[in-house]
Design a protein around this ligand. Structure first.
Ligand code: PLP
Length: 415
């Protein structure tokens, strides 16, 4: 027998992932991913692709034909949208109030766009008036913002933004990575042109697929930049008059042809991720979206009640917090790392640190997807209480958190 024991076989610990994502993967999704490959143009494969489009139309609450997956983590969706929309020098207005607003700016900078930002402190949200005023003075081609930003745990309301953009002929893009599957995404009602997401937050899937939906208006614009790769082009392919999209992998014009009946052979669809994304959407639609959203609201309300009962203070304006992640102000004299390490080592529970101006100031606890369940909320609260009592000078009284959380579950939350 050759000596092959260079490393031990893969056996990751069974952690309870209560951070802001990734979250634990639903077992049905793991099983779906264990299925064998299919050929790219196999009728079963193209059926699965069409079914996935149909399922995500329901999740995104849209009639958009162009509702499909970008292969890659959530930022692949962000990058595909911005790269396909922005030509060199194009004006883009970006709402900058957290880590992922900064990411939008960074991607737009790489595309040599002309950027104006609405800069707000992390944790604040922008009013519709503020956004409209910035649009009227800057007259951008594209407006981009984040729906729920896990870095701040805040939710940017989107009502009204689409209508203003349509009136001013601005294409709107929203990063809804952290909210899809946890809070309603009303694409058509809000009138947002492009929304993209990811699987590893409230969709309960692994990272590596970015569901996206694109309006007719945006699709029409993207088609004007269509320049099909030579080796796969047909004489009849429509070629656009505008500049070629500067990324091949993230060329939405070609990806749209791939997901159309034309089935242009762009990349090889990440088959296992397609299975995962399809299963993830199916699970949520079987449960019913209203029930899914209420489960998240209940989980975060119970968590927050428990944290407050421990004497902890929550971060941000409560009426603007997301339903699937909570920011907790780290009490003075409590060490961020000590607590997180003890949570992991003693209880196998991961909670989130923070970035940028909030680093060392807040923890972030997710109540996302498969983890937005009563027993997981209770485990997390009790573990945190024990760690705070035994490893820090902050001593919450015993049992109060559990009682407060259970009360929320008994009473329920307003619908
Ligand atoms: C978590 C998160 C992402 C993550 O992007 P990845 O490429 O999947 O790591 C993007 N945007 C927002 C708003 C997020 O909360």
């Amino acid at each position: 027998m050759p000596e092959m024991s260079i490393f031990s076989p893969l056996s990751p610990p069974q952690r309870l992932l209560m951070g802001p994502g990734p979250t634990n993967t639903h077992p049905r999704i793991l099983r779906a991913m264990a299925a064998d490959m299919l050929g790219q143009f196999d009728p079963e494969m193209t059926d699965y692709m069409n079914q996935t489009m149909e399922l995500y139309r329901r999740l995104f609450e849209t009639k958009n034909q162009w509702t499909f997956l970008i292969d890659g983590s959530a930022r692949a969706g962000i990058e595909a949208a911005l790269t396909s929309l922005l030509e060199e020098g194009d004006k883009i207005l970006i709402l900058n109030n957290g880590r992922f607003g900064l990411l939008l700016i960074e991607i737009a900078e790489r595309l040599n766009a002309t950027i104006q930002a609405i800069d707000l402190p992390w944790g604040e949200i922008a009013s519709l008036e503020q956004i409209e005023a910035a649009m009227l003075s800057f007259r951008p081609k594209v407006f981009a913002c984040v729906h729920g930003d896990t870095s701040t745990t805040m939710l940017q309301p989107l009502e009204g933004i689409g209508a203003i953009c349509q009136r001013l002929n601005i294409i709107s893009y929203v990063d809804a990575t952290a909210t899809l599957g946890g809070m309603p995404i009303c694409t058509d009602k809000w009138g947002i042109d492009i929304i993209s997401a990811g699987l590893q937050k409230s969709m309960s899937g692994p990272p590596g697929s970015a569901p996206m939906t694109i309006s007719e208006r945006a699709a029409h614009y993207i088609a004007s930049r269509s320049h099909t790769e030579k080796g796969i082009a047909n004489a009849t392919d429509h070629q656009g008059t505008r500049s070629r999209i500067r990324s091949n992998y993230f060329d939405l014009a070609m990806i749209m042809s791939y997901w159309s009946e034309q089935r242009l052979n762009h990349h090889t669809e990440a088959t296992s991720m397609l299975y995962a994304a399809r299963e993830a959407a199916l699970i949520l639609l079987e449960e019913g979206l209203e029930h899914v959203y209420r489960r998240h609201k209940l989980a975060s309300s119970a968590l927050r009640a428990g944290l407050k009962a421990m004497g902890l203070k929550l971060f941000g304006q409560e009426e603007h917090t997301m339903d699937n992640v909570t920011g907790i102000i780290i009490p003075e004299a409590v060490d961020d790392q000590t607590v997180r390490t003890a949570m992991r080592n003693l209880f196998e529970i991961e909670i989130g640190a923070a970035f940028g101006p909030l680093k060392g100031k807040i923890w972030r606890i997710g109540t996302m997807g498969y983890n937005a369940q009563k027993h997981k909320i209770l485990h997390t609260l009790l573990a945190l209480e024990a760690v705070l009592r035994h490893a820090t000078s902050f001593s919450p009284s015993e049992g109060k958190a559990l009682k407060a959380a259970l009360q929320v579950y008994e009473k329920g939350v307003p619908q």
